[in-house]
Design a protein around this ligand. Structure first.
Ligand SMILES: *[C@@H]1O[C@H](CO)[C@@H](O)[C@H](O)[C@H]1NC(C)=O
Ligand SMILES: *[C@@H]1O[C@H](CO)[C@@H](O)[C@H](O)[C@H]1NC(C)=O
Ligand SMILES: *[C@@H]1O[C@H](CO)[C@@H](O)[C@H](O)[C@H]1NC(C)=O
Length: 298
């Protein structure tokens, strides 16, 4: 009796597999295959060698196909590809998920499309990736947190960070006084990427945005500039304030940028004594905005 049940189960199992795969022939022999859903609308074939894994999906749709791998079997965090075929052209991209939210395009595309087609069954996509891409799907918040030396809150007026392209690394660890004291070799460094001012709290970047740090074409030199306010000319103030910057290894699809609007505050900005109110007007003509967005898009 027990044996009969097993035989029945095995036959049922074979029938299910056979039914699900009817009319579906992979583009080449694969070592493994499975029916991902319950009714045979999503079939998966795959094979590996020492370095790569190749998948082929046959999905009963003429819309789009999503495919994801996650360590925990859940929708996130996952490494995801999405693709479809339209007018004979296959569209295919590498994404990742960090929440129950639309997947985000990866900055580094790790999956490569080998084949895409629509047929009577549905849509076929074949794609390959390296087995270890170091593409960590877990993501940390990128944040900038002001760390102000206790007692100096009224003195630390603002802190900015500049990123310096094309600067001689000999300027590493050089100290200088702002305005007149800037060493000649650091003069070209006006690319401000972080700005904190008195009253500001921790700044969190949006999940899909970040500055690239430490990649091959990123600069080696950054300048942290702290500006102080000391109207009473109090002496003996020792300050150790700064910014704690949290980085993530996970690439963000969009590069952040910082735009300065308004009046350039420098020594030429003089408010005459005993003024009750003083209005400063600044203009940002559209040509200026065009120039900035054109320059940074590239
Ligand atoms: C995968 O299949 C190929 C033939 O298609 C075979 O040569 C190879 O040994 C198989 N590898 C594994 C791990 O089963
Ligand atoms: C398979 O099941 C899904 C979910 O229940 C359903 O939407 C789809 O229409 C079914 N497809 C077929 C071919 O039965
Ligand atoms: C492993 O598979 C990849 C992708 O198909 C292929 O490019 C690579 O040459 C294969 N490596 C070996 C050693 O066969």
């Amino acid at each position: 009796m027990a044996r009969q049940q097993i035989v029945t189960l095995v036959i049922l199992f074979c029938l299910a597999v056979a039914r699900g795969f009817i009319g579906v022939v992979p583009t080449e022999p694969f070592n493994y295959s499975t029916q991902v859903d319950t009714n045979g609308s999503y079939l998966l074939f795959w094979k590996t060698n020492n370095t790569h894994i190749t998948f082929e999906v046959h999905v009963k749709t003429h819309g789009y196909v999503g495919f994801g791998l996650s360590d925990n079997g859940k929708m996130y965090p996952a490494d995801v590809v999405i693709g479809w075929v339209k007018d004979g052209v296959t569209h295919f991209k590498d994404y990742h998920t960090t929440a129950h939210a639309p997947p985000v395009v990866d900055k580094h595309q790790d999956w490569f499309l080998l084949h895409g087609e629509e047929n009577n069954f549905g849509t076929v996509l074949k794609f390959v990736r390296k087995l270890d891409t170091c593409d960590k799907t877990e993501d940390k918040k990128i944040e900038v947190e002001p760390i102000i030396t206790p007692g100096n809150e009224i003195h630390v007026h603002h802190i900015v960070v500049y990123r310096c392209r094309g600067i001689d690394p000999k300027f590493d660890k050089v100290h200088y006084n702002c305005y007149n004291g800037i060493p000649r070799g650091l003069r070209p460094c006006y690319d401000m990427i972080i700005a904190w001012a008195i009253g500001g709290n921790t700044f969190y970047y949006p999940d899909h945005v970040g500055f690239s740090v430490g990649a091959a074409d990123d600069p080696d030199v950054y300048i942290l500039e702290t500006h102080y306010d000391n109207p009473a000319l109090k002496s003996g103030v020792i300050d150790n304030s700064g910014l704690r910057i949290t980085l993530t290894k996970n690439f963000r699809p969009y590069e952040a940028d910082l735009i300065e609007l308004g009046h350039q505050f420098d020594w030429k900005h003089i408010i005459p004594p005993f003024e009750k109110a003083y209005v400063t007007q600044a203009f940002c003509p559209s040509q200026c905005i065009d120039h900035v967005s054109m320059k940074r898009e590239l």
